[in-house]
Ligand binder design. Sequence first.
Ligand code: FMN
Length: 162
Amino acid sequence: MKSLVVYYSHFGNTAYVASRLQEALAAKGSADIFALEYADKKKSLARQFLYRTFPSLVNLAPIPADLKEYDVLCLGIPVILGSPAPAFQKYLNICTNLYNKKIICCYVYGIERDARNYAKQIEKMLTPKINQPIINIFIHWGNVHIEGFITQAINEAIAKLG
Ligand SMILES: Cc1cc2nc3c(=O)[nH]c(=O)nc-3n(C[C@H](O)[C@H](O)[C@H](O)COP(=O)(O)O)c2cc1C
């Protein structure tokens, strides 16, 4: 089983969870991991506003978006503000060959209601491209470094891959 882990992280928590997911997925075959990054790293406030309004204008740094050679796409998504980062929206927009792929979405959040709302938004964006149920993981940022919690959450998600 070949997996691709793609994450975005401001403060490092999602990066940590993504690296743990990659380790666990690699044990099932192989797993590549990439951080989503803006091509223009220093963005003016005006540009940030523009990207929030029109995520399609985001220029992403190079990242694999064709899932042809992968079996699993695992997304690490930090919950900050009302909607997923424009970089994430752009990435989901350019992703291809998601049909028949297993998808894990891991939300790192502060407020559970916000995370569930993100999950609904991400599901809406992915629905036209997928035909498998999304496996969601919700991790409060305060639990990220609690070993027992994180291991259990990841193992439960990976067990659902079948
Ligand atoms: C400026 C800021 C805004 C945040 N806004 C939200 C929010 O709207 N909803 C929520 O559930 N968590 C919120 N959080 C908590 C983040 O989800 C949490 O810090 C998480 O670890 C961010 O992921 P990261 O560490 O990978 O960047 C916020 C955190 C910060 C620092």
